[in-house]
Structures are given as structure tokens and as C-alpha cells.
Design a protein around this ligand. Structure first.
Ligand code: HEC
Ligand code: HEC
Ligand code: HEC
Ligand code: HEC
Length: 272
């Protein structure tokens, strides 16, 4: 049951239905089709998985975006903007396929990089891991003494490297790149991490063939690490349904489709 729940959750996300925004008012299909395509779209986490619509070749867009929610609906090239995932500490699928991910640093507002300020002098290296109030980054963590992750058990420096702020940190003080957050999350969420590695949690797109190329979504493309308790996934409004064909005014034909086919099939089999 637990696994099924996760699959369902991932499937919902795969449909691009999740974001932080609230439900939008209903639109007619015609109004919708008339709206210009958005110039900025997001893939999974609004504001943190943005793609700029361009053309990968004349007439082929890199993505098709919803002009209702700005969510990505379709990829012209699912590997556009990706890079090799790199090694994970455990033997898994990625070793037998061409696994790629989208880098994270380009999505981060403060990645100037971080050590532009966190160089030990402009911002001193923290002396302790103990939680304290902060006068900075309130847009990311509104109240540093009430971090919405871990119910009081963890704080900034359980994840962020105090000495090299351009990186995250593992249990042994080793550096983890922002582009490989699964290594960070995996250190505390072992079960979900192995589900993710097995393709049960999260999302992948690409070739099905063994050894084929696949894009893996990393944890932070869906989860905001500072908000996991409050900002859970909110559904967004679905795309409007297409118009009925001109001769129809309702969906009765679709509903009776199964029965209708059985009849015509019976009538035509003799002719084959
Ligand atoms: C414009 C300067 C600036 C940039 C760029 C910046 N920070 Fe900070 N950051 C600060 C300051 C100043 C503080 C200390 C605030 C305080 O002590 O009240 C801070 C504090 C923090 C803390 C709390 C722990 C500590 O060291 O005090 C974390 C975690 C953090 N920053 C992460 C980051 C990350 C990650 C990046 C890059 C993605 C980043 N910062 C980029 C200025 C910056
Ligand atoms: C559970 C691990 C974890 C904790 C705890 C945590 N962070 Fe982060 N933080 C991350 C990760 C991972 C990223 C990169 C997010 C991404 O890729 O979208 C990040 C990104 C950031 C950034 C850069 C955001 C941006 O848009 O540039 C800042 C600033 C930051 N964290 C500050 C803090 C502060 C301050 C605290 C403590 C009050 C804190 N973090 C606690 C994991 C954590
Ligand atoms: C240092 C340990 C640690 C790290 C690293 C960590 N988490 Fe957590 N996480 C926790 C704890 C503790 C909880 C709370 C568990 C509970 O209350 O049962 C939690 C809870 C969660 C939850 C469930 C929210 C809830 O509390 O109901 C999600 C989702 C989550 N974490 C995602 C992530 C992601 C994504 C990352 C990597 C960016 C990450 N975590 C990294 C310790 C960690
Ligand atoms: C494609 C999007 C996506 C990716 C990628 C993703 N998750 Fe999740 N995750 C979800 C959804 C959806 C849920 C269920 C919704 C909820 O509980 O808020 C969830 C739930 C969780 C939970 C709560 C689990 C529970 O049993 O309650 C944890 C912890 C978690 N994810 C960690 C991770 C970690 C760690 C990674 C990376 C290794 C990751 N997620 C990658 C979408 C994703």
C-alpha cells in the first residue's frame, strides 16, 4: 500500500499537476487557445525548475508550456539542458544506462556563488551547528528558528557545508554538489532514496531500452528542502478539455463507446 501511494503520488506529478499555486478560475478552450504562450515555464517546482521556451531546431520548440498554469506539458527534446548524473555511491540502474539530470545551481537565486559572501570574512564561518535567528535569507527560510523540515531535529548546517558554502555536506563532512541533492537527502531518507533509485519514487523520462538514455528528476526539482512540512504539493487546475466535434454537444458518445464498438465489431467480423 505504501509503495502504491508513492507511485500514485509520482504519477500525479508526472502529469504536471503539482505546484505551489492555488486553483485558477475555469477557462473555455477557445479563450485558452487564444492566449499567447508563456515566456517562462516551470517543470515541477514553481520558481525552481524553470525553462525558457526556445527552439531546438526551426519549428521545434524545446518545451510546450501551458498558457493556463505555465507548467511544461511536453518536451521537444527531453535531454535539452541536461548533463551526466555522475556516480552514486551504490550500484544501480544508472550504471547500465546513460543517466542525465538537470543541474540545480542555475535555479538558485543566491548562487553568486554562495562563497562570494560566505568566504569567512564577509560572512564569518559559523562556530556551531546550533540553531539561531538569522538576518539573511528570510525569503528562503522565513524563520530560521522554526525550519519546516525535520520537526526541530535538524538545522541549516546538517545540510549546508559551513566551510564551503557552494556545497552541501555528507555525514562524514564530505562535500556534496548542489547538482546531486539525492546524495544529501539519501543520508537521512534511505528508504525513499532506494525507491527513487529503483524508479518507484520521483520521475524519469527517456528511452525504455536497456542502456538507453534517461533523464532522472532529482529530489529538489520536486521538494523544497526548507518547506517540506508546510508547503506540500498543491494541485493546480487541469488543462481545459478540447472542444467537442461540431456535431456533438456532450460526451454521451464517449461514454457509450465500449457498447457501440462491440455492436459494429460483431457486424463487420464476417466481412474479414
Ligand atoms: C549576499 C551575500 C550572501 C550570499 C550570496 C549568500 N549568503 Fe548565506 N548568509 C549571508 C549572511 C550575511 C548570513 C548570516 C546571517 C546571520 O548571521 O544572521 C548567511 C547565512 C546563511 C546560512 C545560515 C548558516 C550560517 O552560515 O550562518 C546558510 C545555511 C546560508 N547562508 C546558505 C547560503 C547558500 C546555500 C548560499 C548560496 C546558494 C548563500 N547562503 C549565499 C549572506 C549571503
Ligand atoms: C534538509 C537539508 C537542508 C536544510 C536543513 C537547509 N537547507 Fe538550505 N538548501 C538545501 C538544498 C538541497 C538546497 C538547494 C535547493 C535546490 O536545489 O533547489 C538549499 C538551498 C539553500 C539556499 C539557496 C536558495 C537559493 O534560491 O539561492 C539558501 C539561501 C539556503 N538553502 C539557506 C538555508 C538556511 C538559512 C537554512 C537553515 C535555516 C537551510 N538552508 C536549511 C538543503 C537544506
Ligand atoms: C540531516 C537529516 C535530513 C536530511 C539531510 C534530509 N532530511 Fe528530510 N527529514 C528529516 C527528518 C528528521 C524529517 C522528519 C521525519 C518525521 O517527522 O518523521 C524529515 C522529513 C522529510 C519529509 C516529510 C515531511 C514531513 O515531515 O512530513 C520530506 C518530504 C523530506 N524530509 C524530504 C527531504 C529532501 C527532499 C531532502 C534532501 C534535499 C531531505 N529531506 C534531507 C531529516 C533529513
Ligand atoms: C517527481 C517528483 C519527486 C521527486 C523527484 C522526488 N519526490 Fe519525494 N515525493 C514526491 C511526492 C509527490 C510525494 C508525496 C506527496 C507528499 O507526501 O507531500 C513525495 C514524498 C516524499 C517523502 C515523504 C515520504 C512519506 O512516506 O511520507 C519523502 C521523505 C521524500 N519524498 C523524499 C524524496 C527524496 C529523498 C527524493 C530524491 C532521492 C525525492 N523525494 C524525489 C515527489 C517527488
Amino acid at each position: 500500500m505504501k509503495k502504491l501511494g508513492k507511485i500514485a503520488a509520482a504519477a500525479t506529478l508526472a502529469a504536471g499537476l503539482l505546484t505551489g499555486s492555488t486553483l485558477l478560475a475555469a477557462d473555455t478552450y477557445l479563450d485558452y487557445m487564444k492566449k499567447p504562450a508563456p515566456t517562462d515555464c516551470f517543470e515541477s517546482r514553481e520558481g525552481y525548475s524553470n525553462v525558457a521556451p526556445t527552439e531546438i531546431k526551426p519549428g521545434t520548440p524545446n518545451v510546450k508550456c501551458s498558457n493556463k498554469t505555465n507548467g511544461v506539458l511536453w518536451w521537444g527534446d527531453p535531454f535539452d539542458g541536461t548533463e551526466p548524473m555522475g556516480d552514486l555511491p551504490i550500484d544501480a540502474d544508472y550504471k547500465h544506462e546513460e543517466a542525465v539530470v538537470k543541474p540545480r545551481t542555475g535555479q538558485l537565486k543566491y548562487y553568486a556563488p554562495c562563497t562570494t559572501c560566505h568566504n569567512g570574512s564577509m560572512v564569518p564561518y559559523p562556530k556551531s551547528k546550533a540553531p539561531r535567528a538569522l538576518v539573511m535569507h528570510q525569503d528562503i527560510v522565513p524563520d530560521a528558528l522554526d525550519l519546516q523540515h525535520g520537526r526541530g531535529a535538524i538545522w541549516c548546517l546538517d545540510c549546508h557545508n559551513p566551510r564551503n558554502r557552494d556545497t552541501l555536506i555528507d555525514h562524514n563532512g564530505g562535500e556534496i554538489q548542489f547538482n546531486q541533492p539525492m546524495k544529501l537527502c539519501g543520508k537521512c531518507h534511505g528508504e525513499v532514496y532506494s525507491d527513487w533509485r529503483d524508479g518507484i519514487h520521483g520521475k524519469r523520462i527517456g528511452m525504455w531500452t536497456k542502456g538507453g538514455k534517461k533523464r532522472w528528476w532529482v529530489c529538489t526539482e520536486c521538494h523544497n528542502p526548507h518547506m517540506v512540512q508546510t508547503k506540500r504539493f498543491q494541485p493546480i487546475a487541469p488543462e481545459p478539455r478540447p472542444q467537442y466535434p461540431r456535431t456533438r454537444t456532450n460526451a454521451d458518445h464517449e461514454r457509450n463507446h465500449g457498447a457501440g464498438h462491440a455492436e459494429s465489431a460483431a457486424g463487420t467480423t464476417g466481412g474479414h
